[in-house]
Design a protein around this ligand. Structure first.
Ligand code: NAI
Length: 223
C-alpha cells in the first residue's frame, strides 16, 4: 500500500497498541525487532503485523526486521501524538477529576487547557494543574484557546445541548463519557469516541459466563 492510500479503520484501531508496545521496547533498549518477535510479544500473528505495518511502507526489511524507533515515530505521526491538540473537560465530578488528574495528555497528543463545570463551588479549584471555570466563561475561552477536543463527563441529559454548543464553538472531536450516544445523525461531521467502561466490564462477564463452553461443546460433539 502506498503512503497516500487510506488506512483502514481496523488498522487505525490497532495503531495505539503498536505504538505502546514499541515504546516499551525502546525503553528496554531494543532497537530492532522481527515481525515474529513482535507478534509473540503482542500475542497476535506475524502476518497480521506485516500486513498492518506494510500500510506505512519501508519499515520492515527482509532479514532485518523493524527499526523500533523509526516505526514508533511513524505511527506516532500518523496518530498525531506530537500535536498537543488543545482539549477541554466538561464536568469536574468524580469521573472528570480522575481523568484530569491521572491522564498524561501530552503522551497521547493532547493538552488539557480548560475544565468547566456548572457548580459554582468548583470554580477556581485546580485538578491536574488546570483550574475549573464557570460555564459562562466557555464562549470567551473557546474563542481565545480554540480547543478542538472536548472530554464529556456530564450527565446524559446535559450532553445534547452542550455538544451542540461546543460544536458551534469549534470543537471537532468528543471523548464522550456521558451516556448520550453521539452519532453522525445527531452531530454530523464530528469525530467521536463514545466510551462506556461498563461495556468492557460486560465483555469480561461474558468471558466468565462462557468460559469452558467451547470445551464443553467440543466434548458434546465428540471432538
Ligand atoms: P458527578 O455527579 O460526580 O459529576 C458530574 C459533574 O458534571 C458535576 O460536577 C456537575 O456539576 C457537572 N454538570 C452537570 N451538569 C452540567 C452541565 N449542564 N454543565 C456543566 N457541568 C455539569 O458524576 P460522575 O461520576 O463524574 O459521572 C459523570 C457522568 O459520566 C455521569 O453521567 C455518569 O453516568 C457518566 N459515567 C460514564 C462512565 C462511562 O464509562 N462512560 C463511567 C462513569 C460515569
Amino acid at each position: 500500500m502506498s503512503k497516500n492510500e487510506k488506512i483502514s479503520n481496523s488498522v487505525i484501531r490497532r495503531l495505539p497498541r503498536y505504538y505502546r508496545f514499541l515504546g516499551e521496547l525502546l525503553n528496554e533498549g531494543v532497537s530492532k525487532i522481527s515481525s515474529r518477535e513482535l507478534a509473540e510479544r503482542m500475542n497476535v500473528t506475524a502476518s497480521q503485523i506485516r500486513q498492518d505495518l506494510n500500510c506505512f511502507g519501508g519499515f520492515g526489511q527482509q532479514g532485518y526486521g523493524y527499526n523500533v524507533s523509526e516505526l514508533r515515530e511513524e505511527i506516532g505521526t500518523i496518530l498525531g501524538v506530537n500535536e498537543k491538540y488543545p482539549a477541554i473537560l466538561i464536568g469536574a465530578g468524580n469521573l472528570g477529576r480522575a481523568l484530569a488528574v491521572h491522564l498524561d495528555y501530552a503522551k497521547y497528543g493532547c493538552r488539557l487547557c480548560g475544565i468547566f463545570d456548572m457548580n459554582e463551588k468548583l470554580r477556581g479549584v485546580t485538578f491536574g494543574g488546570v483550574k475549573v471555570s464557570a460555564m459562562s466563561e466557555l464562549d470567551s475561552f473557546c474563542s481565545k484557546n480554540k480547543p478542538v477536543i472536548a472530554i464529556l463527563c456530564i450527565p446524559k441529559e446535559a450532553a445534547p445541548d452542550i455538544c451542540e454548543k461546543l460544536t458551534f464553538l469549534g470543537v471537532k472531536a468528543f471523548w464522550n463519557f456521558s451516556h448520550f450516544d453521539i452519532t453522525q445523525k445527531n452531530l454530523p461531521g464530528v469525530i467521536v469516541e463514545n466510551v462506556h467502561l461498563g461495556d468492557s466490564l460486560m465483555s469480561l462477564c461474558y468471558g466468565i459466563t462462557n468460559a469452558g463452553k467451547d470445551k464443553e461443546e467440543q466434548e458434546d460433539e465428540g471432538i
